[in-house]
Design a protein. Sequence first.
Length: 368
Amino acid sequence: MVSTYVNNLRLEEIATGEQSGQWGATTNTNLELIGESLGHGTQASFSSDANAQTIVADGSTDPARALHFTVTSSGSLTGTKELEILPNTNNRVQFIQNSTSGSQTITIKQGSGSTVNIANGQTKLVYLDGGGSTAAVSDALTNLAIPDLFIDDDLTLQSDGAIINFGADSDISLTHTADTSLTLGGAGGTTGLIINNTATDGDPFLSFALSGTQTFTMGVDDGDTDNPDSLKIGTTAIGTNTRLSISSAGVVGFGQGITENAETVSSSSNATAIDCRTGTVFEHTLSEATTFTFTNPAASGSVSAFTLKIKQDSGGNNYGVTWPGAIDWVDATAPTLTSTANAVDIFVFFSTDGGTIWYGFVAGQAMG
């Protein structure tokens, strides 16, 4: 009988009665190859820009036997190339690193079964099932359950639709949408993101940046002695260049005053609508006689208030207006508009009962 090499590491198995008095040398070689299989090896598996094979040598040193196997190429690859690892009866796991030239992906195969792609510069732990001609290669870390994981450097999820699930029933998820966003999703009654800083004088915050430059920062300023634990929005760090603050007592502060655009409203078919949801300052230049309506006030118990500037047309046509019947004017008398060309009249209105009653005041007339 002769030696065989049918084991997964291709070690020489001495047949009964063979190598009498010489088995020590073979055994020592096998021990060295076992050590090789636990280490690192590098091989220029791609000698040309084409698919390639590597055959683990029987009973002699071979870098493809190593647990951590680095694959290189003699030249640059111009596209994804296959590397078939033989014999196709070897059953094992192996770290394979793609260090080929040309920034191309390599595909690891063993037979006609499934394969694993490894991007350039990356390493994967693969399982070769040794199934002969139909042998398959799979990612050994697929569906890997890890109780605790510590990562010393970067973590990259390569899929454009990658999802991180949290909880035994995956009730909270973080989903990546290619080139645009991360979405926090939840299947429960509420879904929230909590930023908890337990340090003394700690300031939890969110920052928004453009090209690496912080544009807005929003967070809680624990060090504000006047308004402790106040929420602040600023243009730099929390507590500096504050533009808006809300204290724990509900006091709202503005760092640079309030700026609001005046909404221009126009009439159509002698009707002009003031939508209370669109602003608190409205301007209207008369081009015809018109009837005003006030829509979408705040619900009863809350306040709706706005200022209305009315300007006569430049032709002095003395257009008139009809006010909503819900307006309660001083002395129950609606004011008369100034009739001269380009005259400006200003009115203020507010309601506390959802628009059932609007209180109307003249702020100024004949101001143009």
